[in-house]
Design a binder for this molecule. Structure first.
Ligand code: HEC
Length: 144
């Protein structure tokens, strides 16, 4: 009788423990890991901060109607940044990631050219469109 009780108790615990940890723990992260090592991750995140810096500079340029400033900051995250990705990292990145990342750098390049002639409200719209790429990728991937 006591042994049966012990079995029951053990059974209850083994069921209730995972349930409890799911309640208290973090919700699972559904994003796909890029499989980067710590050094690659640090480099990757630094490029991301550069892209945020480009967006900031572009918006500042638009608000002060400074075409050179827009072009300068856009070019920092264009093809130059795309080319800087080491082959060892590039070869491992999932195709779905590259399908968003490549066009993102191209959109920065397009902004460099458009900054010469487009109206400021068009440049603002282009920047908002570009930022859909940031949003789209961030929902899908994580850098570890
Ligand atoms: C092709 C995918 C992709 C695109 C496009 C992308 N990002 Fe990221 N970004 C990531 C990933 C992955 C992370 C890491 C998220 C994590 O691990 O939680 C990240 C992280 C960041 C971070 C955090 C950096 C840090 O130091 O922690 C910033 C800021 C950022 N991105 C800005 C941007 C901006 C701005 C854009 C658009 C102009 C952009 N990203 C476009 C994939 C992308």
């Amino acid at each position: 009788m006591t042994r049966l009780f012990a079995y029951l108790l053990a059974g209850l615990l083994s069921v209730s423990l995972p349930a409890a940890s799911a309640e208290n723990g973090q919700p699972a992260d559904p994003r796909t890991s890029l499989g980067l090592n710590p050094a690659e991750r640090a480099q990757f995140l630094s490029e991301m901060r550069q892209m945020l810096g480009s967006i900031q500079g572009i918006l500042q340029g638009i608000s002060s109607e400074d075409r050179e400033m827009i072009a300068k900051y856009a070019s920092l995250s264009g093809n130059r940044m795309a080319r800087a990705t080491p082959d060892s990292v590039r070869n491992r990145l999932p195709q779905a990631f590259k399908d968003i990342g490549g066009p993102t750098h191209m959109l920065f390049e397009e902004l460099v050219i458009r900054a010469e002639t487009d109206d400021m409200d068009m440049l603002l719209g282009q920047t908002a469109t570009l930022m859909n790429q940031c949003m789209n990728c961030h929902t899908q991937f994580r850098a570890d």
